[in-house]
Ligand binder design. Structure first.
Ligand SMILES: [Mn+2]
Length: 424
């Protein structure tokens, strides 16, 4: 289904007067409103093709209704999100769950919804029916060269799929590691992985990047071969200038200072970008900003400060993507909430008084520094984010409009009660 702009405008009309009052109030306390609104308008977050269906855990999955049953329907779902918030203008494909049978037709469909193709993601963490060798004991690290060959070839195939769609980057996340002491020779595993990544790197087109994503644990519980940012940075530094380290917020050990990691990766020009989510315990893949919005703000504060220091384009120089799983909420409502949380944290970071903060830091005024950061964090920037959406033709209240227009009910009518999305 397509949401037409007129219906969105009609609904916005009901909330317009109240919105304008709160927008004027918020804007009156901010110096550079016009430039902030433009940055919010430009900022787009990619939606992964695996996030449109209900997720699950190893204990089970409780599927929703009207889930997208194929890639075309997934693109349609992201088109709906983008029509509502004008900030979800990209899709990140997972191969082989979402291999386009006709790349040209899929590109045309995405263009109809104003969507671009972001990073393509390879999968060597599970076995597919058609493959010869198993990844049970790893892929790029595997002790058997034939398994490594198969995993390398798969990644090169994913690059080729991405080229056909207009993607410019490959994300590699490896489940490789070990479950028990003694299972693996760490140095051999590292070397095998590095040599495999070198072959994948060599297959990258000139204008492509490879993102090496790290994760502390799970599915392996004793060691992970790309387990933290240091290990990823070691690979990406040795690989060369087209290799970058990807930060997934849920892939750290508890209490890791992610904002500091981000800052240092940017300092070394090695930050690829983000997989946004939130967590209480581990890789929980919860809605962005649902557990620790202050951490998200602090991360965006480092991002904005670092990108500005390096004269980077906020919208295009890093890769912004959600990587979450929706076990109990409607996936589309959940994604709308995640995008909203990202835009709020970004807007809060944009209003930080950077000059005053630098002055406070220079004289070790710790109290003042905290006051400055928390003044931004405690500012209600939702009217700014809503105003940017309004100017782009989106909805003032995306979740409410999704419900008012009975979007899910329509999708159930079109697709049925029992469709199950491919992927996780
Ligand atoms: Mn991820």
């Amino acid at each position: 289904m397509l949401l037409n702009k007129q219906r969105i405008e009609e609904r916005n009309g009901k909330h317009l007067a109240a919105h304008q009052r709160s927008f004027e109030y918020t804007a009156s306390g901010i110096n550079n409103t016009a430039s902030i609104l433009q940055k919010l308008l430009d900022f787009q977050v990619a939606i992964p093709s695996w996030a449109l269906g209900t997720g699950g855990t190893r204990f089970g999955r409780f599927s929703g209704a009207g889930e997208p049953g194929n890639l075309e329907q997934k693109i349609e779902d992201i088109g709906l999100l983008h029509a509502l918030n004008q900030s979800s203008g990209a899709i990140s494909l997972h191969i082989p769950w979402d291999i386009p049978s006709d790349a040209t037709a899929i590109k045309a469909l995405a263009a109809k919804h104003n969507l671009k193709f972001d990073a393509v993601n390879s999968n060597t963490f599970q076995d597919q029916q058609v493959q010869t060798h198993s990844y049970k004991f790893g892929s790029l690290q595997h002790v058997d060269k034939a398994v490594r060959r198969q995993a390398i070839d798969h990644n090169i195939e994913v690059i080729n799929q991405g080229v056909a769609l207009g993607s410019k980057s490959l994300t590699v996340w490896l489940a490789d590691g070990s479950c028990f002491p003694g299972q693996l020779n760490f140095r051999t595993a590292w070397q095998n992985t590095y040599e495999s990544l070198q072959e994948i790197y060599a297959a990258l087109p000139a204008d492509w990047k490879v993102f090496v994503e790290y994760k502390a644990y799970e599915p392996n519980f004793y060691s992970t071969t790309v387990g933290d940012w240091g290990q990823s940075l070691l690979y990406t530094s040795k690989l060369g200038p087209k290799a970058y380290t990807l930060v997934d917020l849920g892939h750290h050990l508890p209490n890791a200072n992610i904002e500091q990691i981000v800052s240092l990766l940017m300092m070394e020009d090695k930050l690829a970008g983000f997989h946004f989510n939130d967590s209480k315990y581990g890789d929980d893949d919860l809605t962005v900003g649902s557990i620790n919005p202050y951490q998200l703000f602090l991360i965006f504060n480092e991002l904005v400060e670092g990108m500005d220091a390096k004269a980077m384009n906020h919208a295009t120089d890093l890769a912004w993507m959600i990587d979450a799983s929706h076990n109990v909420k409607d996936p589309l409502e959940d994604l709308l909430q995640s995008i909203e949380a990202i835009m709020i944290a970004y807007a809060q970071a944009l209003i930080v008084d950077t000059k005053a903060l630098k002055e406070a830091q220079a004289v070790n005024d710790v109290v003042k520094a905290q006051e400055i950061l928390q003044a931004a964090y405690r500012t209600d920037v939702r009217p700014l984010v809503a105003e940017a959406r309004l100017r782009a033709g989106g909805a003032l209240q995306p979740v409410q409009l999704f419900r008012d227009l009975k979007v899910r009910e329509q999708l159930i009518k079109e697709r049925g009660q029992t469709t199950v999305a491919t992927g996780l």
